[in-house]
Unconditional design. Structure first.
Length: 109
């Protein structure tokens, strides 16, 4: 059976990838992969039609990278808010929104 042959599956995947690059271009395909990694259902449907199941590893890798980037951004924002709260002369009414923001950021981590 051709479906169980690894070489056949690999060549089909390569053909699909080449067709996707031709249809979308490298940037378009990257944008489609990113949309899928972010959870866009319509993009997932399109990607499944274009690449089939071969994009699973790339999607998981992108999701991991996005999660890492978000964690870094949240940590940086939390440090910034905390440093503003560490100012001794900060009035209580000015500190209240910063405390709320810091609590929100901590909830994300």
């Amino acid at each position: 059976m051709a479906d169980s042959d690894p070489d056949s599956a690999g060549s089909e995947a390569a053909l699909r990838a080449a067709g996707a690059r031709k249809a979308f271009g490298d940037q378009g395909l990257a944008a489609l992969l990113q949309a899928v990694a972010l959870g866009n259902e319509d993009s997932m449907t399109l990607l499944d039609r274009v690449l089939g199941e071969t994009a699973g590893d790339a999607i998981e890798e992108l999701q991991g990278e996005l999660a890492d980037q978000v964690a870094l951004a949240v940590a940086e924002e939390a440090r910034s808010v905390q440093s503003a709260l560490d100012v001794p002369a900060l009035a209580d009414d000015a500190a209240a929104p910063l405390r709320v923001r810091l609590a929100e950021l901590r909830r994300l981590t």
